[in-house]
Design a binder for this molecule. Structure first.
Ligand code: C5P
Length: 216
């Protein structure tokens, strides 16, 4: 399937780590498996692929230009530095929405009182790309939802100016974080919805790329 030959595809994957102090961080359960499966499938389709990946133990093949990052800010900086060059962006990373406002220089000592950590928003990578993207660039976001799935995903598609959004619901058994399987629906900005069965993440990656290739 050489449909992506000559195309440059940028993919984000995995969680981010938001430091609290030199030994602690805030994160989430994302494994990076879904985004890395998409990167492998894009390479198999002939694309030139850059994977900007948060901390993940999942390996990727040497054909993928992998840039490992830690925090949402690192991921934002890495994506924005290169965004002009790409034809397709697939933002599957589970980026932390909040980070500690102040990062302690030394390990925070345990005290008998409670500890409050003030959080601030991280930069929204997909929204930043959406506000700048050219007509010829395709922007694909992800939405992981636990309730009001379709409505929330449609809201994100519009608000972040995406062309397509891949919805996975944590209500579906076997879908989402850490599993080797996933069940997705893909919405596009013309209000088309494709719904897929529970499949291996490698098969889901094929469905996602086929839908992107067919998108007009
Ligand atoms: O709003 P929410 O975080 O659920 O949106 C999910 C989508 O936004 C995903 O595509 C995710 O990769 C992207 N995102 C991002 N930067 C953030 C937060 C989310 O690119 N700071």
């Amino acid at each position: 399937m050489p449909e992506l030959r000559g195309k440059k595809v940028l993919i984000t994957a995995g969680p981010t780590h938001e430091p609290i102090d030199p030994v602690r961080f805030i994160s989430n359960h994302s494994s990076g498996k879904m985004g890395i499966a998409i990167a492998e499938e894009a390479v198999a389709n002939g694309a030139e692929v850059t994977l900007i990946c948060g901390p993940s133990n999942v390996k990727s093949s040497k054909e993928i230009n992998r840039i490992n990052v830690q925090s949402a800010q690192n991921m934002f900086d890495a994506v924005m530095a290169e965004q002009q060059e790409y034809d397709v962006f697939i933002l599957s990373a589970a980026v932390a929405d909040y980070r500690p406002k102040f990062v302690a220089e030394n390990k925070i000592k345990k005290k008998d009182t409670q500890l409050t950590i003030e959080l601030e928003s991280t930069p929204d990578i997909v929204a930043a790309l959406g506000s700048k993207k050219r007509e010829d660039q395709v922007l694909v976001g992800f939405a992981l939802e636990t309730n009001n799935e379709l409505e929330n995903a449609k809201g994100k598609l519009t608000k972040k100016n995406c062309d397509l959004i891949v919805l996975n619901s944590l209500q579906d058994a076997g879908a989402g974080f850490g599993h080797d399987t996933n069940k997705v629906s893909i919405l596009d900005r013309h209000n088309n919805i494709s719904t897929f069965e529970l499949k291996s993440k490698a098969e889901v990656a094929k469905d996602i790329l086929r839908t992107i290739i067919a998108f007009k």
